[in-house]
Design a protein around this ligand. Structure first.
Ligand code: AMP
Ligand code: GLY
Length: 426
C-alpha cells in the first residue's frame, strides 16, 4: 500500500514513523516533509495548500491513502479535493473540519447539544463586543473565530485590556480574517488535558491523554506558542474524568456533528479543562495535536493504517485501541526568540545518537538538509521524546537526550512535566 502524508512538522514525523511500522505499507511519501521525515519517506516538494498538485501527484503515483495532518488544508477542504478525484483520504471533510475552523460554530454546537463548555457570546462587530464588555466579569477570554496558528486567544485581566483586545482582533485584524468574528467567553480555572480520538462518523475511540505546555518560557511565562513540550498520560485524567467525558462530551460531539449533517471522520482533539465543576471543553481541533502526537503515537500498539481505514469505512467498532502501560515526555528544542523572531540555518549535531534507540526518538519539526548537513529551519526545530515505565522516568530520559543535541540558538523549557511532581503531592 502506498501512503501520502500531507504536512511537514514534528506531528507529521511522528505520524510517518507510526505509518512506517504498518505491515500493509510499502511506500510512504510526504509533502512537503522535512529532513527527519526524509529518512522514512520520500519527500515531495508540494505545499500543503496546493490541492491540485497534491491530488495530481496522488493520481500519478497511485496513492492508496492520503493522510491530511494540518489544520489549514483540512479546514480549506483538502479531503474533499482528494475525494472529488476518487482518492481515499483520512481526515474530516470541509463541512466537518469547521469544528476547528470556526470557534463561533463550535461554541454554538456545544450550546445546542448541552456539551459542557465556558459560557460565551459570539460577535461579528466590534461595537457590540465592546458594549458587552461593559457588564462582563473579569478576567475574560477573547477568541478570534478562525485559525490563528494557536495564537488567537487573549486572556484579559482588566476591562481596558479587554477593550484593547477586541480592537486588535476586530479592527486592527491582528489575526487577519480569523478576526472577522469573535467569541467572548467566561474565564475558567483548572488543569488542562488534551485527548485525541479516532472518529468514524458515529463511533469514537479516545486515545491515551496528554498535556501540552503552550507558553514559551519556564513557569508558563511568555507568549503562547504551538507547544513547547508534552507528556502522556496525564495523571489528572482519572477514570472518573474519562467516564464523564465519554458520556457528556465525546459521544455527544460526534452525534451532534452527525445530526447537523456534518458527519465527522478523522481525529477530534478535545482540549479540556478540569474545573471544580467537572470537565469543560476549551476547544476542539480536527487533527492530531503537535506535539501531542509525539507522545501519544509512540505509545500506541495498533497498526495505525488499520485504524485510519476503519475510520473512513465506518468500522471503528471493530477496533480495540491498545496503548502501552508506560509514559512518554516530549521536550521541544526551539530557536531562541521563537515565537517572535529567530535565526535559522544553524548546523544540528548529535542526531546520530538516536539511531537504533527504541525508547528515545527525535522528531524533526523545522529542519532542512543543506550541503550534506541537517540545519535548523524553523521556530520549533526538534521534539525529543523518551519513553519510560512511568512519567518521572520518561522525563528523566527525555532531558538526558536533550543534551545529546547541539545547535546555535538552541532553546527549550526546563520544566516540561512539572505537573507530574504536583500530581504526587495532590
Ligand atoms: P485554545 O486555543 O482555545 O485552546 O486556547 C489557548 C489556551 O488559552 C488554552 O490552552 C487555555 O490555556 C487558555 N484558555 C482558552 N479558553 C479559556 C477559558 N475559557 N478560560 C481560561 N483559559 C482559557
Ligand atoms: N499543541 C496544540 C495543538 O496542536 O493545537
Amino acid at each position: 500500500m502506498k501512503v501520502l502524508v500531507v504536512g511537514g512538522g514534528g506531528r507529521e514525523h511522528a505520524l510517518v514513523s507510526s505509518i512506517s511500522k504498518s505491515k500493509q505499507v510499502t511506500k510512504i511519501y510526504c509533502a512537503p516533509g522535512n529532513a527527519g521525515i526524509a529518512q522514512l519517506a520520500e519527500c515531495v516538494d508540494i505545499g500543503v495548500m496546493e490541492f491540485d498538485k497534491l491530488t495530481d501527484f496522488a493520481l500519478k503515483e497511485k496513492i492508496d491513502l492520503t493522510v491530511v495532518a494540518p489544520d489549514d488544508p483540512l479546514v480549506a477542504g483538502a479531503v474533499d479535493a482528494f475525494e472529488a478525484k476518487g482518492l481515499r483520504a483520512f481526515g474530516p471533510r470541509k463541512n466537518a473540519a469547521i469544528l476547528e475552523g470556526s470557534k463561533a460554530f463550535s461554541k454554538d454546537l456545544m450550546k445546542k447539544y448541552n456539551i459542557p463548555t465556558a459560557a460565551y457570546e459570539n460577535f461579528d462587530n466590534a461595537e457590540d463586543a465592546l458594549k458587552y464588555l461593559e457588564t462582563a466579569k473579569m478576567p475574560i477570554v477573547l477568541k478570534a473565530d478562525g485559525l490563528a496558528l494557536g495564537k488567537g486567544v487573549l486572556i484579559c485581566n482588566t476591562l481596558s485590556e479587554a477593550r484593547e483586545g477586541v480592537k486588535s482582533i476586530m479592527l486592527d485584524k491582528r489575526f487577519g480574517s480569523a478576526g472577522n468574528k469573535m467569541v467572548i467567553e467566561e474565564y475558567m480555572t483548572g488543569r488542562e488535558v488534551s485527548v485525541l480520538s479516532f472518529v468514524d462518523g458515529k463511533t469514537i475511540l479516545p486515545m491515551t491523554s496528554a498535556q501540552d505546555h503552550k507558553r514559551a518560557m519556564d513557569g508558563d511565562k511568555g507568549l503562547n506558542t504551538g507547544g513547547m513540550g508534552t507528556f502522556s498520560p496525564s495523571p489528572f485524567y482519572t477514570e472518573e474524568v474519562d467516564e464523564f467525558c465519554r458520556k457528556y462530551i465525546y459521544q455527544p460531539t460526534v452525534d451532534a456533528m452527525a445530526a447537523e449533517g456534518r458527519e465527522f471522520k478523522g481525529i477530534i482533539f478535545f482540549g479540556l479543562m478540569l474545573t471544580e465543576n467537572g470537565p469543560r471543553v476549551l476547544e476542539y481541533n480536527a487533527r492530531f495535536g503537535d506535539p501531542e502526537a509525539q507522545v501519544v503515537l509512540p505509545r500506541m500498539n495498533n497498526d495505525i493504517i488499520e485504524v485510519m481505514e476503519a475510520c473512513i469505512d465506518g468500522k471503528l467498532d471493530d477496533i480495540n485501541l491498545d496503548f502501552e502501560d508506560n509514559a512518554a515526555v516530549c521536550v521541544v528544542l526551539a530557536s531562541e526568540g521563537y515565537p517572535v523572531k529567530y535565526d535559522k540555518g544553524y548546523k544540528i549535531s548529535g542526531l546520530e545518537k538516536f539511531k537504533d534507540k527504541d525508547t528515545c526518538f527525535v522528531f524533526h519539526a523545522g529542519t532542512a538538509f543543506k550541503d550534506n548537513e541537517t540545519v535548523t529551519n524553523g521556530g520549533r526545530v526538534l521534539g525529543v521524546t523518551a519513553l519510560g515505565k512511568d512519567l518521572i522516568t520518561a522525563r528523566k530520559n527525555a532531558y538526558e537526550a536533550v543534551d545529546w543535541i547541539e545547535f546555535d540558538n538552541k532553546y527549550f523549557r526546563h520544566d516540561i512535566g512539572k505537573a507530574i511532581d504536583e500530581a504526587q503531592i495532590d
